[in-house]
Every structure is written in C-alpha cells, then in structure tokens.
Design a protein around this ligand. Sequence first.
Ligand SMILES: Cc1cc2nc3c(=O)[nH]c(=O)nc-3n(C[C@H](O)[C@H](O)[C@H](O)COP(=O)(O)OP(=O)(O)OC[C@H]3O[C@@H](n4cnc5c(N)ncnc54)[C@H](O)[C@@H]3O)c2cc1C
Length: 340
Amino acid sequence: MRKDRKIDRREALKLMAAGSGLAASSLHAATNKSELKGGAHLSHPASHKYARIVIAGGGTAGIIAAARTRRAAPNAEITLISPNTTHLYQPGALFRAAGLMSQSEMVRETASFFPDNVTWLQEKVTGFDPEHNRIETEKSGKLPYDVLIVALGCAYDYGAIEGMDSSMIGKEGILSIYLNDTVKGTAEGAELSGALFEKMKADVVTASKPLEILFCEPDTPVKGKGSGLSLMLLYLDMLQKKGGDKKVRFTYVTPDEVLLDEKMFNHALGKIVKKYPSVEVLYRHRLTKVDAAAKKATLTSGDQTIEKAYDYIHITPPMQAHRLVRESALAVGDGPQKGW
Ligand SMILES: Cc1cc2nc3c(=O)[nH]c(=O)nc-3n(C[C@H](O)[C@H](O)[C@H](O)COP(=O)(O)OP(=O)(O)OC[C@H]3O[C@@H](n4cnc5c(N)ncnc54)[C@H](O)[C@@H]3O)c2cc1C
C-alpha cells in the first residue's frame, strides 16, 4: 500500500463528520445489525484511501464511530479496542431507580450490534503514545494507527465533594443513579437508589413532617445532563400519589442560571417546576460537602455557604475525562478545559 494513499488529518475529520450523522438515540432504537445498516446514510462521500483507524472504547460513541467509519472508509483497517461484552444502556438508570425498568432491560450483548468487518480486540487500552501514533494495550502490546478515535467515556469524581465517596451510595439517604461500570455493564447506583426510593415511599406515608429531598448537580461537564432533574420530577409525581404535596419538599441545586441550556426545554421545564409548590430551585449553588451522619449538605455559591438538612439527597457526581486521557499527552494541559 502506497503511503500517499493514506488518510490525512483533514480527511479523517471529514470522515468523523460523516460519522456524526447518526444520533445516539438511533443506536439504542436499533435492535439488530440490519436495522442499523438500513437506517444509516452518509452525509459525505466515502473515501477509498487506506488507513489504520483505531477506536478506543466500545460504548455508544465507539460503536457508532466504528459503524459510520466502516461505511465512510471502505478500504480502511478498523480496530476497536474494548473489553465489554455487555452494553449498558445508561439512560435506563433513571427508570431503574424508580422501579420502572429491570437490570436485564438495561443491557444488550455488544456483539448484537457490533459492525461487520471491524476487528474487535476484547481487552483494555492501557495508555496513549500520540507522539509515535501508537496505542498501548493490555494483551496486544503497542499498536500503530493513522487515525485514533478516543471514546472511553468519562470518569466520576465523587471524592471532589468533601465527606463523600461512592461507597456511601445507598446508605444514609444518599442516592446517585450515575454510579455504574461500563466495562462490566452494571448499574450499581440505579439499583441502590431504587432501594432507597422504596424506603422514601414508605417514609412519605408515615412522616409527621415533610421529607426534605435534595437533588444536586456539579459544576463540571456532565453526561446525560438533566437526569437529576428528570429523576426529581419522576419521584415527585410518584410520591405525590402516595402522600400528597405536603409530605415532600424538593430542592434542586444547580450551579447554572437555568434548568437546561437549551432555551425551548428550559422554558418548558420552568413551567412544569412552577406548578409544584413543593419544589424550590437553588440556582448558582453546588454541593461542596456532605455530612452523612448528621444528614447535612453544605451548598456553596461564590464565597457564600449554606447548610441544609436533608432526609434524602441525590448526587450527580462531578465528572472528568477517563484517567488514561487525563494522564496522557492527549489531554488539554492548561486553562479551564485542563485534563479533558
Ligand atoms: C443516568 C444517565 C442518564 C443519561 N441520559 C441520557 C439521555 O437521556 N440522552 C443521552 O443522549 N444520553 C444520556 N446519558 C449519557 C449517555 O449514556 C452517555 O453520554 C453515553 O453512554 C456515552 O457514551 P460513550 O461511548 O462516550 O461512553 P461510555 O458509554 O461510558 O463507554 C465507554 C466505553 O469505554 C470502554 N472502556 C473503559 N475503559 C476502557 C479501557 N481502559 N480500554 C478500553 N475500553 C475501555 C467501556 O467498556 C465502554 O465500552 C445518560 C447517562 C446516564 C449515566
């Protein structure tokens, strides 16, 4: 293969633009390979050049990238490196934590929608060497590439909240639907939060004063943004049927000035939230400390802090790039995006 037939950076970006045409929701909606094949179309013409394309991570993004790149670059050698044989449908955590979805409904065999003619190395990436266009793997050593697509997902940083760590979820009224393991395909946070929601429903019936329930969002980029808010509205609806408006008080704590960035959704959600007198929104605040034994949350806004007692608290964790990305030369070295 002649070297000048290889894909250059400009062409790689065009292929990725072609790949971005398939929305994540389409992947979840598709039930088998033929549906994916039939539903997909290219917005850019295919490139017939040769290139070694390596994709790190086989979650929603990695699988979509593999399927779309396969169509966009028929002569490329595509390798996807990811250990998970099970695909976890993460948005399902919301419904699982309300008892509306089972664990088995949240998972699928990765192989059932893995694209044809893509080599799958079922192992972990262990490092990046972008200087030499090489990726390091657990079993196959160092592999060269012409184009690298990184899709390892992001990591949770519960420890950035003083007094908090992921082992506290499911105890002392602490919920977090986010806690999961995409390598194993498990959704521990959804399950533990679901168990606490059962307790919450029982408490609403017997409580002599309104239950204080906090939902806290971090000030980092967040995947599935708005899931904490969706969970609050879902729980509110289900709890009101049990004990009425006077038995619960919800506080939604967000560092933002709006409920959601998208204007249309923000407007609609604002109207819904206003309908519930039991909901208060604390804008421009974030959770900085949890005292689990005393069931007290410290909320910070600029240099002001307030303490709030709670019966239950849902925590959307601060998020960061995958450790391997953070520790590599791929990460932004400075400024507000540092580490991403
Ligand atoms: C509660 C919740 C609700 C959500 N709701 C929505 C929603 O309504 N709409 C929406 O669009 N999105 C939603 N999301 C977000 C959506 O699920 C994620 O954005 C999406 O799953 C991210 O896909 P990804 O492929 O980038 O990462 P992940 O799905 O995290 O996949 C990462 C992949 O990398 C692999 N991996 C990890 N480490 C290694 C390694 N060392 N080597 C090789 N492979 C590795 C994993 O096995 C996995 O396959 C929600 C998420 C959550 C948690």
